[in-house]
Ligand binder design. Structure first.
Ligand SMILES: Nc1ncnc2c1ncn2[C@@H]1O[C@H](COP(=O)(O)OP(=O)(O)OP(=O)(O)O)[C@@H](O)[C@H]1O
Ligand SMILES: [Mg+2]
Length: 350
């Protein structure tokens, strides 16, 4: 004789197909009803995504179990589990298996930050990532500038990430695995999101992307000390930081705020990169300090760290066949400086 209690007992140890937790753990069994005369059982069950093949399989499992136990007919309705439940079990479920954010992870996170916009964070992130890869490291790059993503264009990425099962496969370019909001937006349309969405997006960049084993994961942060920067700080407690500034002393002053934020959250600052430091004449080799001088040193002193390198003004050589407008070639003057900086970073982390 089937009772409601018996039905619950039968169903509660079934695994939900997306989260791999039992229906009991997920609190996913609602409304069990039995019509005695017809031996008809109806249940309402929660699942991560309705209308999926997984739902069909779960449905078959439930029907078989109940029929074996004596039900003549079974009616199932599915509802989507509450978001909080999914988030809660998804994060604990995947951290362990994937490991990028797990305590035992061997990946070093390096965030590229600055106090203000336009100083060259994205350019530095891209070229540092490429240079680390040129030195044989396994490198990932997250374009964490959710609104102002620019990495795909800068690296000349035209492909979109593939999806394998539940995971997104990052796009590989110059040996760097890249993920950017730009991959998920149609026609370069602007994104209007509120604060909490940003954190979720970042979270999925870590948890839903198949990064594989990485030595370094670089994050190109949006300018300033806003939501995303804060999220990165709290999400990645062991993140290292590189602060980019221009040589003007007031720029360094603003950048110091980004640095202060890093220090407050115990993020180790690896050093300062001074970008657009000078213009070097090709004809005479003379250096002109068009944006002033001393910003990098001033900032490094203030943050009690070192200047990792100074990058002059200069454009990459464009290659029509393999177009990547912001990537400096290995033997370009700036490409060499980037390589030196990458080497210094590797050494300082050893
Ligand atoms: N050393 C350099 N020489 C010449 N141009 C440069 C140099 N570094 C960066 N640029 C240029 O300056 C502009 C701003 O650089 P970039 O987009 O990297 O800055 P950002 O700090 O990421 O900006 P945002 O705050 O908007 O994200 C770009 O057009 C870039 O090509
Ligand atoms: Mg940028």
């Amino acid at each position: 004789m089937l009772t409601e209690a018996k039905v619950i007992e039968l169903l509660q140890s079934i695994e939900e197909p997306f989260l791999h937790k039992t229906l009991e753990e997920l609190n996913a069994i609602e409304e069990v009803k039995i019509k005695e005369e017809k031996k008809h059982v109806s249940v309402k069950i929660g699942i991560t995504k309705t209308g999926t093949a997984e739902q069909l399989q779960l449905q078959m499992k439930v029907v078989n179990l109940l029929k074996e136990a004596g039900a003549e007919s079974v009616g199932i309705r599915f509802f989507e589990l509450p978001h909080e439940t999914i988030e809660k079990f998804r994060s604990t479920g995947e951290e362990g298996s994937q490991g990028l954010l797990s305590p035992g992870s061997k990946t070093t996170f390096i965030a590229i930050a600055s106090g203000k916009g336009g100083v060259g964070k994205s350019t530095v992130s891209v070229n540092l990532a490429v240079s680390l890869a040129r030195l044989g490291k396994r490198v990932g790059l997250v374009d964490a500038d959710i609104y102002g993503f620019s990495v795909p264009d800068m690296m000349g990425i035209t492909k979109r990430p593939a999806v394998r099962g539940e995971k997104i496969i990052p796009v590989e370019r110059f040996g760097v695995k890249v993920i950017s909001m730009g991959f998920f937006v149609e026609d370069n349309s602007p994104i209007i999101w509120r604060g909490p969405m940003l954190g979720k997006m970042l979270n999925s960049f870590f948890n839903e992307v198949e990064w594989g084993d990485l030595d370094y994961l670089l994050l190109d942060l949006p300018p300033g000390t806003g939501d995303v920067a804060l999220d990165v700080h709290s999400m990645l407690p062991t993140c290292k930081e590189v602060i980019v500034t221009t040589p003007h002393p007031t720029a360094a002053f603003v950048a110091a705020r980004a640095g202060a934020m890093a220090l407050k959250t115990d993020h180790e600052i690896l050093g300062v990169i001074e970008n657009m430091s000078y213009f070097e004449s090709k004809l005479t080799g003379e250096k002109e300090y068009v944006f002033g001088q001393g910003g990098g040193e001033k900032l490094a002193e203030e943050l009690q760290t070192k200047v990792l390198g100074k990058l002059p003004l200069g454009q990459p050589d464009w290659n029509e066949e393999d177009f990547a407008p912001s990537v400096y070639h290995e033997d370009h003057k700036l490409g060499q400086i980037y390589k030196e900086i990458a080497g210094t970073i590797i050494e300082s982390l050893n």
